[in-house]
Design a protein around this ligand. Sequence first.
Ligand code: ZN
Ligand code: ZN
Length: 343
Amino acid sequence: MQLYNTLSAKERETLIEQAGKERLTISFYQYAHIGNPTIFRNHLFIHWNELDVLGRIYVAHEGINAQLSVPAENFKAFKAHLDSISFLNDVRLNIAIEQHNKSFLKLKVKVRKKILADGLNDATFDVTNKGVHVNAKRFNELIEDPNTLLVDMRNHYESEIGHFKNAITPDVDTFRDSLDIIEKDLESFKEAKNLVMYCTGGIRCEKASAYYKHKGFKHVYQLEGGIIEYARQAKDQNLENKFVGKNFVFDHRRGERISEDVVAQCHQCGKPCDTHVNCANEACHLLFIQCEACAAKMNDCCSNGCKEIHGLPYEEQKRLRKGKSVSNKIFKKGRSEVLKFKK
Ligand SMILES: [Zn+2]
Ligand SMILES: [Zn+2]
């Protein structure tokens, strides 16, 4: 029985092209008690591999967090399989607005300690005492209320390319950091103001809202289904879209456009741009915003140093990387002194 991915990303890309079929990009999460995450993981892999599902799925004792793509023609079977699992029956699926057949190229189902790396000790507060979930319509009303503080629970590189108008967007690298900074900044409003929060698909707010209630905030609200679901509801119900720019997503699309506004700038020349790229130097891989002109000039790299290395023969590059396991900046998202126009 096959329990792991056997195709390389390149082979998969070719297969997707050859099949020429439409795929849907979907995400969902569910907190639930899973007795044996490994058995559950294998069960998912076997069924989803058969349905040609691709994606990144985390399974833990506390639940499941999934981002994936499925061929449109298999969607019904996929949904039926979800519904056959008690705690996933009728789970809300966030379906991407901008579809891209190559959003994922592998099926990776991983067992983790937690489904969201939130850095919190759940035993110290009641994680089930969450904020009030609101839909897009109610969210729009709430954020117009002068008594509301609107907080973006995502990291700096996410809110940089798109966010709700008038939202507080903490300049943080991790979810854990944002929790403390927001608490400190909003300390004096704990009782009087509405604390309204949002994130990409809702999962971060599930924890954040419970955390802030535990910290004494009295009126805590969270956008159900996050930006992804908001955009869908706003479109379907013809509501005013109060989100400007792009929604950063964690797959090959990198972001989906929600409004035509470009709120960020190229980190190299400062011109309006909201396209995230990874530096082409494999030893670097820094995530940053780069316009087409700079990409051409810099050979897809973040700096002259990387451009030089990227231009060397591959064997030479490998020799240079040897023994330098920490040189890769893949986790330093958008942070580097070489980026002159990073705000
Ligand atoms: Zn540029
Ligand atoms: Zn670089």
